[in-house]
Design a protein around this ligand. Structure first.
Ligand code: AMP
Ligand code: MN
Ligand code: MN
Length: 320
């Protein structure tokens, strides 16, 4: 795909959505595309469906326009086009019925584990973020400060502020063009990426304190169970950054962070220094992601989950 408008030019109605538990890239790409389409297709009905974004994303224009697909019930409208961003259809959550009902589907993503679920697919595993892909696809003459801000937030979140290996010269060129609009980017970086609430920092501290090294100190794991989540009054969105911090332990090649989603069901986040392909490990358990950052959900006791994951990691280590 060279230009998103080739696919959307005759659309009277467009729905945009991304994955459950939306992160910065998911929200940034959805809102960037939403603001852009509102501008270039003024007569069309454009809707964006996502789970409620964390308050840190209030700085994105029109974020309050985001619709909740979980309240639709049987009321599933057949949009002319449905655009699934930053995921495959199985992670759309409550918006998946809208995807199934749409007359045309477009899937834009950068997850290596996504084979493309749309009628039209634009999957670029080398891209830093879906937000960078949206930047590439839109007409630069129509960019404005608000669209730029949304896409910039997406890019900084998925690159860890241009720090991860997914950052390329074209990522930095895109970011350079985006900051030309003059928004206060250091403030955006601080307030959406680095700043944590006191409780979030306490939970981070606790996860680091209780972490365990294994496999000859090349792997590290930490878990937050339901009891601890209830004690601090935290939810999954409060855990951003924990698994990265675990990975920054000297000598650690692979970091795992688990939290108890439901009784004996754990959401797993993994980060690798590059030697272990954590997307492969996550895919084995029905999840996905990237070589250095991936996730999945595994049922069982905390012990089982860690044992099952270590087995897959060990297999890869042995093959090296
Ligand atoms: P996380 O550890 O949740 O930050 O996720 C790391 C990366 O893996 C992100 O790019 C996620 O979108 C992706 N990811 C996490 N969980 C899953 C899953 N169940 N299926 C596919 N991709 C996932
Ligand atoms: Mn994402
Ligand atoms: Mn992404």
């Amino acid at each position: 795909m060279k230009n998103i408008m080739e696919e959307l030019k005759n659309a009277g109605s467009v729905a945009i959505s991304g994955h459950i538990r939306p992160d910065g890239d998911c929200i940034g790409s959805c809102m960037g595309l939403y603001l852009y389409l509102k501008k270039v297709l003024p007569k069309a009905e454009i809707d964006v469906y996502l789970e409620k974004p964390s308050d840190i994303f209030q700085c994105i224009k029109d974020v309050e326009q985001i619709k909740d697909a979980s309240v639709l019930g049987e009321d599933i409208k057949a949009y002319d086009v449905f655009v699934a961003l930053d995921c495959s259809k199985d992670r759309l959550g409550a918006a998946q019925p809208l995807f199934e009902a749409a007359k045309k589907t477009i899937n834009i993503d950068h997850h290596i584990s996504n084979l493309g679920c749309g009628k039209v697919n634009h999957i670029v595993p080398d891209a830093s973020s879906t937000s960078e892909l949206i930047y590439d696809l839109i007409d630069k003459a129509e960019l404005d400060e608000e669209i730029a801000k949304a896409l910039y937030i997406g890019i900084i979140h998925d690159t860890g502020v241009f720090q991860y290996s997914n950052t390329s010269p074209s990522t930095l060129m895109a970011a350079a063009e985006l900051i030309r609009f003059g928004f206060d980017f250091p403030k955006l970086i601080e307030e959406t990426f680095y700043e944590k609430s006191y409780i979030q920092n306490q939970v981070l501290g606790r996860a680091l304190l209780e972490s365990i090294l294994f496999m000859n100190k090349t792997c590290i794991v930490s878990t937050i169970d339901k009891k601890v989540m209830d004690f601090y009054g935290v939810t999954s969105s409060d855990f951003d950054g924990i698994v990265n911090q675990l990975r920054y332990t000297k000598g650690v090649e692979c970091a795992i962070f688990l939290y108890e989603n439901e009784f004996q069901s754990y959401k797993v986040s993994m980060r690798s220094g590059g030697k272990i392909d954590v997307a492969k490990v996550a895919q084995y358990f029905g999840g996905g992601g990237h070589v250095r950052a991936a996730g999945c959900t595994i049922n069982g006791t905390q012990h089982d989950v860690i044992n099952n994951l270590s087995l897959q990691i060990e297999k890869q280590m042995e093959n090296k």
